[in-house]
Design a protein around this ligand. Structure first.
Ligand SMILES: Cc1ncc(COP(=O)(O)O)c(C=O)c1O
Length: 398
């Protein structure tokens, strides 16, 4: 078989990480076990000492998890991967490995609500100084870098305003200031098919695999990808001792199944999103479209450079107040009112009252999350049916 690094994306998503110890089964089995037998005390001791390869206890590793870790690491073009129980498990395990009291972290000001809470309420409790800044203006990064900066953290596109940040320029500025700074990028909105932050200079990628990586709305999971040394440390400290947020073997099985079709799912998400945007452009109900593929959207040129396509996520602002916006959302018949994203179903949510309710009214305004903002995860249905559903819902706006 070709070297896994030489394989194309579609081949990697199917073939990398198959468990070699199986009985010839096509799919990696679910190793539903908490612990692993040793032949002797000496063997157990050697495994604990890291002198002999092999499994010990599922919180420290399991063949089902290894299989998807290798797959996602290959797709992200990273040396190694770590699987976690959720996206928040990935983010907190990585950050708790990287940070200590007295350190500083510079973060984008627009983040998924629970990440925002981890930054502003969680890490600060343990003596980490968190500086939130609009990283689309590099001056805001430059002026906040200090000898205490350990991590620069951001999502791109950001949840829920789709603000696009320049991974290459941010990573270069941080590393020019201090090569030891770790640049951590949440790549959830894009999946490894649309963007590879490590190739653009980031040190660590985190994912909520609950979303596009799984793609079927039936798993909560996460990944961290980076250099082998860092992932080994992250497994042994952040994950093993601090969060304990390990993925279950059954989730790993479902993820390996979902990942086999990541590229074709992403292509359909992107093409459906583009057609929906064309409809929104022609609709009088819409005040503003937030989508990196729109030519006059700020960040479009960066997206063109760093993304393979423009993705399946978008937000819209209606020519309506909050109550009428809610009425429009409630009138959707095919699209589902739900948080999460990246599923086959088109999911629609209201960030100010749902995913970003951890922000105060002032913080929402500062981050550009309007009260009338509606976030859409464009699904895999026939796009004409999605368009027809929005069309009948917009009829609610007189
Ligand atoms: C960008 C982003 N990162 C992280 C998370 C957290 O992921 P999880 O729900 O799997 O913990 C989410 C969840 O919506 C998200 O949108």
């Amino acid at each position: 078989m070709a070297d896994k690094k030489e394989m194309g994306f579609a081949t990697q998503q199917i073939h990398v990480g198959k468990c070699k110890e199986n009985t010839g089964s096509l799919c990696t089995p679910i190793y539903q076990t908490a612990t692993f037998e040793f032949d002797s005390v000496q063997q157990g001791g050697a495994r604990f000492a890291g002198k002999e390869p092999g499994y010990i206890y599922t919180r420290l590793g399991n063949p089902s998890l290894t299989a998807v870790e290798e797959k996602v690491a290959a797709l992200e073009k990273g040396e190694a991967g770590m699987s976690t129980a959720s996206g928040m498990g990935a983010i907190s395990s990585a950050l708790w490995t990287l940070l200590a009291a007295g350190d500083e972290l510079i973060s984008s000001d627009t983040l998924y609500g629970c990440t925002y809470s981890l930054m502003t309420k969680g890490l600060t409790k343990f003596g980490v100084k968190v500086i939130l800044a609009d990283l689309s203006d590099l001056n805001n990064l430059q002026k906040n870098l200090s000898p205490k900066t350990k991590v620069v953290y951001f999502e791109t596109p950001c949840n829920p305003t789709l603000k696009v940040l320049d991974i290459e320029k941010i990573a270069k500025m941080a590393h020019d200031y201090n090569p030891e700074i770790k640049v951590v990028v949440d790549n959830t909105f894009n999946s490894p098919y649309l963007q590879n932050p490590l190739v653009l200079g980031a040190d660590v990628v985190v994912h909520s695999a609950t979303k596009y990586i799984n793609g079927h709305g039936d798993v909560i999971a996460g990944f961290v990808v980076g250099k082998k040394d860092f992932i080994d440390t992250c497994k042994m400290t952040g994950l093993k001792d601090m969060t304990g947020a390990i993925m279950s073997p059954f989730s790993a099985f479902l993820l390996a199944r979902g990942l086999k079709t990541l590229d074709i799912r992403m292509q359909k998400h992107c093409s459906n999103a583009k057609k929906l945007v064309e409809y929104f452009k022609s609709s009088k109900a819409i005040k503003k479209i937030y989508y990196p593929g729109v030519e006059d959207f700020p960040g479009h040129e960066i997206a063109k450079r760093q993304m393979r396509d423009y993705g399946g996520m978008m937000s819209i602002e209606l020519n309506a107040n909050r109550d009428t916006t809610a009425k429009v959302i409630n009138s959707l018949k095919l699209c589902t009112i739900a948080v999460s994203l990246g599923d086959a179903e088109t999911l629609v949510e209201h960030p100010a009252s749902m995913t970003h309710s951890t922000y105060s009214a002032e913080e929402l305004a500062q981050s550009g999350i309007a009260e009338g903002l509606v976030r859409i995860s464009v699904g895999l249905e026939d796009v004409n049916d999605i368009i027809a559903d929005f069309d009948q819902a917009f009829a609610q706006i007189k």
